[in-house]
Design a protein around this ligand. Structure first.
Ligand code: BGC
Length: 805
């Protein structure tokens, strides 16, 4: 232990106090031993240090900070060094705002394109997500601040997010949902990690010793702080035992008392508490020292705004450019159409929401570019309502221009923490504007904002499509630099855009409205599925155009690396993202036809060639052998492919690899990739055990881990009435186009959340009493709530007395 001396001087109460928050955002200090309090703050898109009374959903004002392109956008850069630069700037802002831990990056795998938080995550591919996350972590921590990658792990839907059980087989878990975290932890060495809300195979991640101890700490060598997601602690004692360090937010001592009582009763060994205390002390002392050493740091608003713009530029993806419509020549006469040109969509909603230091709109910055703007028309209303007047004005304007810059996007409602999307379309009124405008002026370049993949049957109506993601506060100028040729488009998609939602391999299983969410598609997530079953998509994983072209030649394969030559054969400077895919034809273990195992983003002048080397690392050939409980390599002749994306393979070679052992043969769908409709029998065989009940038992009383949104079958008529009122409010807010995040949060929250999320106003004992009432025993429940209140008051009084000596 690093702080054994200090720990020896702490009382049991002080130790337990260190393992949960003082309030929503800070840890407890121990002034007599000079242990400082530490401040934790979201997050990945920019700092969100809340002012005054903090809620954790981004609903209250926070201190101004740079709003960066979201992780989904920056992942499209395929440039971990860019992630590192953004991370370093984030770390600097954390120092300036006296924050010890940045709650990010978010790196969950995009299992479905509909997850409401996809804009906060990097990719459908664990290798790319892990590399990008490691970049962010290195950057943030270069300033002495701790990063906190999240949400560990298999946290793939917002519906019932705090009470959902991810039923996933061990191999899929390891290869897809943990490899991203493994890379982030091993290569980024974060000081902290956030456990997720959900369960994995019936165990809450925050109290799962297999996840937190065997894998995270023992296998990957993580020695930092495991923080619960806010309200994600189910049983604090079990969490501490499993390897979770800090429960957030604080419960005004309720959880500490439970932990201290458990130690006294011999339920948990004090040595385990000491281990966790050592972790929190190390974090608080180390980051506090870094903050002090940095002195007063002033936020350089302009420099960070410029870096944010640079990041947006390097992340934008040119998806279509017929007849080289882009870049526009100087002096081109453009009509600027679309509400998004005036009111940009630049970030998502929820806990990642940033109060930006500045905000560009395309309309504001257009005058900095050599274009002749013939006018602006909003074209459509943000909510999907027809508006003939706006439409006609847009069409008239389009007639007067050489080129139309049409700003479209996903509306705010589509992308928010707490709410999943229900479809992948952009609003119909926007598509109508595109169609009508294109009918009078076919030279339309669409500039699309949004943090997730969309269905794009409307693609035929535009000549060019430039996708900016959610580009942060300075995204508008970044896209215009590309439009005018002042910058080169160099982004590549970090997720597949399927033709239709139904094509996605998880479509039949996701989102689960019930207890469990079954990961029946197994390893075949995103392109792993589309490529294996040869399903056509709109844009493949890794896709993106440049204003120039590249040639690949001279592939050389060795045991340690692949090497090839990349040449810019066009007339402009540009960057190619060369991607290494590995597959094993005829694999017995069953594996996707190709999987990303390396990449390199290479900038080249016209005519220039470079030799590119991509190492074959420890992840290149491995698969997880569930029966053996470890990583193995299957012997065989591996196919090594270098592609411009996952489908356009430019060079291929083979490498004979000597492995170990013979893999078990999985059920048929997991060999062929035909996983869209996996039978119970096949999935059970893959899991190697009976599936847990998918539905909750509506005849049984509600439990502490059932969600408040389940009160429709509560025994108490009052609870059912409350459910109806809440449901009505929820529906109303959804229909209004601006979902009320608080209501969504309450709806999906389990009853235990009442005891964990109210800063100690309601203790767990009181929350249990409330549940007794919900289950139809009103007076018994009231009695329990009263007893709980009295016990908490007594304990608080005793603690106060003890503190006064
Ligand atoms: C989110 C986390 C976030 C935390 C604190 C939770 O609701 O899931 O991502 O860091 O709140 O705001």
């Amino acid at each position: 232990m690093k702080h054994a001396d200090l720990i020896r001087q702490l009382t049991l109460e002080e130790k337990c106090g260190l393992l949960s928050g003082r309030d929503v955002w800070t840890t407890r200090p121990v002034p007599r031993l000079e242990v400082p309090s530490a401040f934790l703050s979201d997050g990945p898109t920019g700092l969100r240090k809340q002012m005054g009374e903090g809620d954790h959903l981004g609903l209250n004002a926070s201190e101004p900070a740079t709003c960066w392109p979201t992780a989904a956008a920056v992942a499209n850069s395929w440039d971990p060094a860019l992630g590192e630069a953004v991370g370093a700037a984030l770390g600097e802002e954390a120092l300036a705002q006296k924050v010890n831990m940045v709650l990010g990056p978010g790196l969950n795998i995009k299992r479905s394109p509909l997850c409401g938080r996809n804009f906060e995550y990097f990719s459908e591919d664990p290798y790319l997500a892990g590399k990008m996350a490691a970049g962010y972590i290195r950057g943030i921590q270069s300033k002495g601040v701790s990063a906190c990658p999240k949400h560990f792990a298999a946290n793939s839907q917002e519906l019932r997010r705090m009470a959902n059980d991810s039923v996933v087989d061990e191999r899929t878990l390891r290869e897809i949902y943990l490899t991203n975290f493994e890379i982030a932890v091993r290569e980024g060495r974060p000081g902290a990690i956030m456990s997720s809300y959900n369960q994995i195979n019936e165990v809450y991640t925050n109290e799962d010793p297999h996840l937190l101890r065997d894998i995270l700490r023992d296998e990957w060598g993580f020695d930092g702080v495991v923080v619960t997601d806010w309200g994600g602690s189910n049983d604090h004692v079990e969490g501490v035992r499993a390897g979770s360090t800090l429960e957030m937010p604080g419960t005004a001592g309720d959880s500490d008392r439970q932990l201290a009582a458990a130690v006294r009763a011999g339920v948990i060994d004090e040595a385990l508490v000491d281990e966790r205390v050592d972790e929190i002390l190390e974090f608080a002392l180390r980051t506090d020292a870094a903050r002090k050493a940095a002195g007063e740091v002033k936020l350089d608003v302009e420099a960070h705004h410029a870096l944010s713009s640079k990041a947006a530029e390097q992340s934008a993806v040119l998806l279509k450019n017929d007849g080289n419509l882009l870049p526009l020549a100087a002096g081109a006469r453009v009509a600027v159409i679309g509400d998004f040109a005036d009111t940009p969509r630049y970030q998502g909603a929820g806990s990642s929401n940033v109060n930006p230091t500045k905000l560009e709109s395309a309309r504001q910055v257009l005058n900095q570019f050599p274009l002749e703007v013939v006018g602006y028309a909003a074209g459509f209303e943000r909510a999907d309502k027809p508006n003939e007047e706006l439409l006609r004005a847009a069409v008239e304007l389009a007639k007067k221009a050489d080129v139309v810059l049409l700003y479209l996007g996903l509306p705010e409602i589509s992308e928010s923490e707490g709410v999943d999307r229900t479809h992948m379309r952009i609003p119909a009124n926007q598509v109508r504007v595109l169609e009508e405008v294109a009918a009078v002026n076919p030279r339309v370049a669409v500039l699309l904002a949004g943090g997730s993949a969309v269905e794009a049957p409307w693609l035929i109506h535009c000549q060019a499509l430039l996708y900016g993601g959610l580009g942060g506060q300075a995204g508008a100028s970044a896209l215009l630099r590309i439009v005018t040729g002042q910058a080169e488009p160099s982004g590549r998609l970090s997720e597949t855009w399927p033709l239709a939602l139904e094509d996605n391999p998880s479509a039949a299983y996701w989102p689960s409205p019930c207890r469990t969410s079954e990961y029946r598609e197994g390893l075949y997530v995103g392109y792993r599925y589309y490529e294996t079953v040869e399903k056509p998509v709109r844009f493949v994983f890794g896709y993106g155009l440049s204003y120039t072209e590249f040639a690949y030649s001279d592939l050389k394969v060795s045991a340690g690396a692949v090497t090839f030559t990349l040449t810019n054969t066009g007339k402009r400077r540009g960057a190619e993202v060369a991607q290494l895919y590995v597959g094993l034809p005829g694999s017995q273990a069953g594996r996707p036809v190709r999987e990303l195992k390396g990449f390199a983003k290479v900038w080249l002048e016209p005519g220039e060639s470079k030799t590119v080397t991509i190492p074959l690392d420890d992840k290149a050939f491995r698969y997880f052998d569930t029966a053996a409980g470890g990583w193995r390599v299957e012997s065989g002749e591996y196919r090594l492919e270098i592609g411009a994306n996952c489908h356009d393979i430019r060079l291929a070679g083979t490498l004979a690899v000597e492995g170990s052992g013979t893999p078990a043969i999985p059920p048929e769908p997991y060999r062929t990739g035909r996983v869209a409709q996996v039978s119970d029998a096949d999935f059970t065989a893959l899991m190697g055990r009976e599936l847990p009940p998918a539905r909750w038992d509506e005849s049984a009383p509600l439990q502490m881990n059932d969600a408040i949104g389940q009160m429709y079958y509560a025994k108490s008529a009052l609870a059912r009435f409350a459910w109806r009122v809440l449901t009505k409010k929820k529906q109303k807010s959804e229909e209004s186009g601006v979902p009320d995040l608080n209501i969504q949060f309450i709806y999906n929250m389990p009853f235990r959340g009442i005891g964990k999320m109210m800063n100690g106003m309601v203790t767990m004992e009181m929350a249990e009493g409330i549940l007794v009432m919900v289950n139809g025993h009103f007076f018994k429940g009231v009695g329990q709530v009263w007893r709980g209140w009295r016990n908490a008051a007594k304990a608080a009084k005793a603690e106060k007395k003890a503190a006064q000596g």
